[in-house]
Design a protein around this ligand. Structure first.
Ligand code: GDP
Ligand code: MG
Length: 598
């Protein structure tokens, strides 16, 4: 196919505005999937993704469309991850495109992720086609949504396309707009190869399958390619295009989107955003925008029975094969024994990994509360990045501590602004702007310490706004902060896995609340248990768990056998997640308790 007839595009939208549904329609209308193959939301092909209704990894698919001008076009739809944890991947996927469909729910209007994604698309000079979705809903307000697109996003909405992805209304217009408005890719076929990696996944037979967009030159079977970030070289065993599966072709010229295989044993060699070049005729400069992504949130993962340690290690290795942003290293906890310190891009990424370990690999996990990465400067001037509270140096050795910050944008109906301001203040937020977008909608910009937003911030925001607030953020760097280590002692023994790093201002209050929480969460034992909270050597709170023989069935009056059995089973289930710490049995919830303290 001639390059003039190729279109590379993405769909950008706030979560739930209908991106997957629209993608399905485009696949259907172009006959890319037949009825028989049709599974709802075919692009979200991981169970977990489907359940959570989010796209975690990006995918790509080639559609063939005969336009009204009688010509056949090749439309490459590059799907983007739908969550802020993966914004770097979103930016790389967008940079593989010339255009983006901007999808806005006509009943919700523009939301935080809409704005964040539009900024990314504008950074890449993409042609943006506004699409107003869900026009079938009685609450749809197409005019109002157009106004918001113009006012908030500064995008001309006069030619916005009204559609209902669900009912299949207006889909043909979307395809025509892609062909007419999005420019064909340009690129120098004769220049040295430069191709952008926008995704990769690991296949146990073929090695890494690398998704790329060719900007210059041609990639073909048999060629030796070089990854420009690492200098590693691979022989290209196969190149091809992305239909619903992989379809080999002899070569991919400039402008195309496709994949290559090269017996690559680990996905960490196929970094997203890296440039693939021809090893024999390398390009002078890589494509712009490559970043080595670093994990921002860390947590300790421990098997709840020691015998699963090896299995946990192998499982993490398997997951990491396909997820180069997941990091892990062995950790020895005094309380929990051997486990792993794992790094994640954000909270969602963490939850996904933990859930997959439990579900797909059948591991009962004990996880410690997530922590951000602090920068600690010692008196001797040495710097250290610390994410594990157990490794936090003694206060007397520390010159100062810095913590990571984010810039958050929050969209909220004006009725709820008060609640958001209060929450933001509780979380040490610094207001940067407050802007009325209309009489009913407000956009707030706040700087927050990252650690304040990993403490159930999102849930609190949702409950303060009856679910209406939307939230997006970016990292903006480190700032000096008064961070201290809060220890929890059980019968006088500090428990490393229960330590947390928090702001000094909140430490006394949190320490007291945490001790109370522990008293509620830790079941009575055969002996008395003293729970203490301490900062440095100073004990700031004490609670006592009185001794009692545990007998849950005593609570069931009379002979309701099934209920009794259920309770016993539940207790057994719970037991799996109990850990003997010294002499005390501590349940999983206690390790996360710091997140629940108001
Ligand atoms: P995504 O998060 O952007 O991928 O959104 P989905 O495609 O998963 O859609 C979110 C929800 O909106 C689903 O329940 C869809 O069925 C629904 N939805 C999508 N498009 C439409 C539409 O045009 N009309 C209506 N009424 N619902 C829609
Ligand atoms: Mg989706």
């Amino acid at each position: 196919m001639k390059i003039e007839n190729v279109r590379n595009f993405s769909i950008i939208a706030h979560i739930d505005h209908g991106k997957s549904t629209l993608a399905d329609r485009l696949l259907e209308v172009t006959g890319t999937i037949t009825e028989r193959e049709k599974v709802d939301q075919i692009l979200d092909d991981m169970d977990l993704e489907r359940e959570r209704g989010i796209t975690i990894k990006s995918h790509a698919v080639r559609l063939l469309y005969t336009a009204k001008d009688g010509q056949e076009y090749q439309l490459n739809l590059i799907d983007t991850p739908g969550h802020v944890d993966f914004s770097y991947e979103v930016s790389r996927s967008l940079s593989a495109c010339e255009g983006a469909l901007l999808l806005v729910d006509a009943s919700q209007g523009v939301e935080a992720q809409t704005l964040a994604n539009v900024y990314l698309a504008m950074d890449h000079n993409l042609t943006i086609i506004p699409i107003i979705n869900k026009i079938d809903l009685p609450s749809a307000d197409v005019e109002r949504t157009k106004e918001q697109i113009e006012e908030i996003l500064a995008i001309d909405a006069s030619e916005a396309l009204p559609v209902s992805a669900k009912q299949g209304i207006g889909i043909e217009n979307v395809l025509e707009a892609i062909v007419r408005r999005i420019p064909a890719p340009t690129g120098d076929k004769n220049a040295p190869l430069r191709a952008l990696i926008f995704d990769s996944w690991f296949d146990s037979y073929q090695g890494a399958v690398v998704y790329l967009r060719v900007f210059d030159g041609t990639i073909s079977k048999g060629m030796t390619v070089r990854m420009m970030s690492s200098g590693k070289e691979f022989e290209v065993g196969e190149v091809g295009m992305l239909r619903l599966g992989l379809v080999p072709v002899p070569e991919l010229p400039a402008g195309s989107v496709g994949y290559f295989l090269g017996s690559i044993k680990q996905v960490s060699d196929t970094k997203i955003g890296d440039t693939v070049t021809n090893a024999d005729h390398p390009a002078d400069m890589p494509l712009p925008g490559f970043k080595n992504v670093k994990p921002m949130v860390f947590s300790g993962l421990f098997p709840s029975t020691g015998s699963q340690y090896e299995h946990l290690r192998e499982s993490l290795e398997k997951l990491a094969l396909n997820d180069s942003s997941l990091t892990f290293e062995p950790e020895m906890s005094e309380a929990l024994g051997p486990g792993f310190r794992c790094g994640f891009l954000g909270l969602l990424h963490m939850e996904i990994v933990q859930e997959r370990l439990e579900r797909e690999f059948d591991i009962a996990l004990l996880t410690t509360a997530p922590s951000v990465v602090y920068k600690v400067i010692r008196h001797d001037g040495s710097e250290e990045y610390i994410s594990n509270p157990a490794r936090f140096p003694d206060r007397k050795d520390i010159e100062w501590v810095e913590e990571p910050l984010i810039l958050a944008s929050i969209f909220v109906p004006s009725d709820f602004v008060g609640g958001v301001l209060k929450l933001a203040q509780d979380r040490r937020g610094v207001q940067k702007s407050l802007q009325y977008l209309s009489s009913t909608k407000v956009m707030l910009a706040y700087e927050f310490p990252l650690n304040e937003t990993i403490m159930d911030f999102y849930d609190k925001l949702k409950s303060a706004t009856r679910g209406y607030a939307s939230f997006d953020y970016e990292y903006i760097g480190y700032r000096k902060s008064d961070i201290v280590k809060l220890d929890i002692l059980l019968n006088g023994e500090p428990i490393d896995a229960l330590s947390a790093l928090i702001h000094n201002e909140k430490s006394y209050y949190r320490g007291r609340e945490l001790a109370k929480k522990m008293r509620q969460l830790i079941p009575r034992q055969l002996f008395e248990v003293a729970v203490q909270a301490a900062i440095g050597t100073k004990v700031i709170a004490r609670e006592t768990i009185p001794p009692m023989r545990k007998n849950v069935t005593a609570k069931c009056y009379g002979g309701d056998i099934t209920r009794k059995r259920k309770l016993l089973e539940k207790q057994k289930e719970g037991k799996k997640r109990m850990r003997q710490v010294g002499r005390v049995e501590v349940p999983q919830e206690a390790f996360m308790a710091v997140l629940q303290v108001e």
